[in-house]
Design a protein around this ligand. Sequence first.
Ligand code: AMP
Length: 212
Amino acid sequence: MNILLIGIQGCGKGTQAKILEEKFGWKHITTGNLLRESIENQTELGLAAKKFMDEGELVPDKYVFQIVEDALTNAKDGTILDGFPRNMEQLKYLEKNFTIDKVVLLELSDEKALERVSSRRNCVDCKKDYNLLYNKPKVEGICDVCGGKIVQRDDDHEEAIKKRIEKFYEDTAEVISYFSEQGKLIRVNADAPINKIQDNIVKALEVSDLKK
Ligand code: AMP
């Protein structure tokens, strides 16, 4: 089964995808992380994408297609897509050679999203995620796992977060309607504890029998 996780910034897509990946051995493909890796590696594509990302704009499709091409070509059954497709052009590109079976929409209010995203931090070295609201590191600014420095993403400032939320309603709403018309859409309340959200996703996907 291939699934797509969709929702506004801060709805917990990445967190839920990681748990699903561990539980079912599925592969998590996230365009946000692929783009951030390109920036870290200072590739031409990464440098071109950074300015769009820092402002909360969508990266132009031509770059996004380059970055997902390899990942999708090697994708096997059991893929979790996160952050792609975000508009109708990307959806068309995806559907040419990939089938999404179910789409999980994690629903969260704009206010909650803004609050969560502005409190989010991660480790520069091992990338572990933290949130100052409910998942703080034991020592301020230092990663519990590897001792690395904990930082805020360049695009997690208020202006860029608001822009990303706006873009979500502008561009991604159409993608959601498309999957809803196909009967593939599952709505899950994302304003709940992580485990509760996970249970609801697993129940809705009807995959609990696959649990290790
Ligand atoms: P995310 O980690 O999903 O919040 O993505 C961070 C940023 O990466 C977004 O605000 C966009 O600038 C860019 N990005 C990620 N995925 C896509 C995509 N599918 N299309 C365009 N831009 C993307």
